[in-house]
Design a protein around this ligand. Structure first.
Ligand code: PLP
Length: 394
């Protein structure tokens, strides 16, 4: 029997779904709200796509609801399709030149490594990678590892709030403040953060912050945001220049939003339904006391991490305070190919979970969301014990 909350989701009950981290999963009422927006658009496209009386106003309402969740002002964020888009906007906008350095860590999402490599190659800039100490056990060691790589040429610090491959919650607050003191632009990849860890973007003070709403906030796919400090917004150019653009960034935008909001939100004909359903996702979480649900999920991940470490003798990549609350990179023996392990878990055990190699570690990344329960974790441990001929799981 799946957990009772499973009934709120559209996931196939025949699959043990332990990969919320990759693309999220959207609860039924949120998905219905998303479809209702789409129907409304199709019934009266002209009224809907009116940037002032139609979707411009509704997007502003959605931004208000999201801003309250993440400790921000609604006019300092814009809805975008995904974190990759948000971070491409930033990377491709910043005024980098020959010899400039973009400082980052060795735990970043591979697609974004490509984005910065692309930008660096065109500008004659250089990407500098700071290796993080593993296992990660202290904020001091983390901060020092990054600060040690800062030079007079460092223009940008780019780092994840929660890492993808290693499922670490990086203690970024101090290094963001240090970088800003040194005049370095700070760019945070918060793809996994909204709905997963408490966010207060005002207090963090990063220059640019990208977050996905379609992962842990459980909004429909294609809902994300880019947040920029007010004093940095003029640095950004949209990837698509359209009706909303205004050359004088000090002036309001042509549709009554700020120059920042209009130039990023009014970009040709598009379907904004996913972002318009963000308030429904926030509401769903509140109605179902999601803080408690998240705490239960954290306990599930704590348990599976401890059991696997005991069975394999392979220790976790961080202390518990630096692990993503609802996600863990479980280390397993590096036998055969990672993709074969992933296929075997799905085909023979009905478990959807990502398996890959990272820096010499074979990793099975487990996620727990409200629809998961202890049985799911038992199934995973039993399957891995079977595959690796480990002692029977406790
Ligand atoms: C750390 C990190 N950054 C960025 C992304 C990209 O997210 P999206 O595909 O929604 O743009 C991911 C996706 O898993 C991620 O884990």
């Amino acid at each position: 029997m799946p957990h009772p909350l499973h009934g709120h989701f559209l996931l196939d009950p025949a699959v043990t779904f332990l990969n919320h981290g990759s693309f999220g999963a959207c609860p039924r009422p949120v998905f219905e709200e998303y479809q209702a927006w789409q129907l409304r658009l199709e019934r009266q496209p002209v009224a809907f796509l009116d940037p002032v009386r139609g979707y411009g106003r509704w997007l502003a309402e959605a931004r208000e609801a999201l801003a309250a969740e993440i400790g921000a002002e609604a006019d300092d964020l814009v809805g975008v399709t995904n974190a990759t888009v948000a971070l491409n906007i930033v990377a491709r906008s910043l005024p980098l030149g020959p010899g400039d350095e973009i400082l980052t860590t060795d735990h970043e999402y591979a697609a974004l490594d490509k984005t910065w490599a692309f930008v660096a190659a065109r500008r004659g800039a250089r990407v500098v990678v700071a290796p993080l100490p593993l296992p990660l056990r202290s904020e001091e060691a983390f901060t020092e590892a990054i600060e040690a790589r800062m030079t007079s040429r460092t223009r940008v610090l780019f780092l994840s709030h929660i890492t993808s491959a290693t499922a670490l919650r990086l203690p970024i607050e101090r290094i963001v403040a240090r970088a800003r003191e040194r005049g370095i632009l700070t760019v945070v990849d918060g793809a996994h953060a909204p709905g997963h860890i408490p966010l207060d973007l005002r207090a963090l003070g990063a220059d640019f912050y990208a977050g996905n709403c379609h992962k842990w906030l459980m909004a429909p796919k294609g809902s994300a945001f880019l947040h920029a400090r007010r004093d940095r917004q003029a640095l950004l150019s949209p990837l698509v220049v359209s009706h909303g653009w205004t050359a004088d960034r000090a002036e309001p935008g042509p549709f009554g939003g700020t120059a920042f909001v209009d130039s990023f939100e009014m970009q040709g004909t598009r379907d904004p339904a996913a972002f318009l359903a963000v308030p429904a996702a926030i509401r769903f979480r509140r109605e179902h006391d999601w803080d408690r649900v998240a705490e239960r999920c954290r306990t599930l991940v704590d348990g599976v991490e401890a059991r696997m470490a005991e069975l394999t003798g392979l220790s976790p990549l961080s202390g518990p305070e630096f692990r993503a609350p609802q996600m863990a990179a479980l280390r397993v023996p590096a036998r055969g190919e990672a993709r074969d392990l992933q296929a075997r878990l799905l085909e023979q055990h009905g478990i959807e979970i990502p398996c890959y190699d990272w820096a010499g570690h074979r990793i099975v990344r487990v996620s727990a969301q409200g629809y998961n329960d202890r049985d799911d974790m038992d199934r995973l441990v039993a399957a891995l014990a079977d595959i690796f001929a480990l002692p029977a799981a406790a």
